[in-house]
Design a protein around this ligand. Sequence first.
Ligand code: AKG
Ligand code: FE2
Length: 343
Amino acid sequence: MEVEGTPIRVQSLVQDGKTVVPPQYVQPPETRPHRHIEKRNDYDAETPPVIDLSNVNNIHEQLERACREWGAFHVINHGVGVELLDEMRKVGRSFFEECAMDEKLSYSCDPNSPASEGYGSRMLVSSNDTVLDWRDYYDHHTLPLSRRNPSKWPDFSSNYRKVVAEYSDQMNALAQRLLCFISESLGLPSSCIKDFVGEFYQNITVSYYPPCPQPELTLGLQSHSDMGAITLLIQDDVGGLEVFKDGEWIFVDPLSDAIFVILADQTEIITNGQYKSAQHRAVTNSKSARLSVATFHDPSKMKIISPAFELPIYRPVLYGDYVSSWYTIGPEGKRNIDALLLL
Ligand SMILES: O=C(O)CCC(=O)C(=O)O
Ligand SMILES: [Fe+2]
């Protein structure tokens, strides 16, 4: 959401040549990244697993391990053309880098409604996001088809709308396929998680992180877990995504042909906590602008989500209520899902 008045975009701050970040972007010491991207290789011991979807032999074992230990993993040989991934990154970047600010602002999202479609920078209601993310974004509503209105998307590159629509369809098919594998990996019927989620509400968010003069003080995107069922993310070769595991922030290598799968909170609820949603964040760097494209697959706001197992550890929740609390109290790690624990 935006504050009233002139919308601020991080990209404009950078173009003004600031060498010090404005105070509202400075993280308190406890959430500052201890290291930033320029130093990433010195530290990381582990990286998230890479799962080859063309290797059907032990896919369930691999998935089970990745979902239990990480809640996130790369997939390769996923059936989505690498050209389409490149095209999506290319049209996304062209909007942020080649389109004039005035024109970009003409696509601004509605400042009074969370997750509204369009160009924005603030994620939460203004009173609660006291520290701002070093990020601008464009959010597209893509599924169900009744929500898809390409005339609300940029047409700056002649093929922008066509690429986003094709990308949406391919991600939808892959997300469905993955949820089937994930159900099977828990011994559930393949359509089990898909049926609990119901028809996908899909949003595609292109995030653009301009270079930051003080990356050690900022976050591109604060620590959170995604609120829906499953997120499919691609990034460019700059890198900056980190996943929290066993008390440590782990850098996610940008693999250009891979798609990064992030389990989100509703999958954690449906699997009764056997599979955890991954807590993640994005760090900034001082040299290069970074782009990522996250495709979220969520239930309808009318859907009640509950565990698919006996002895549930979460109480059922109306998805619309879950979304409201996420946007009003803020994500702050995994506090929204923790609030549903029955224990
Ligand atoms: O930019 C990234 O890598 C992370 C994006 C993300 O987590 C989100 O949009 O929810
Ligand atoms: Fe996320």
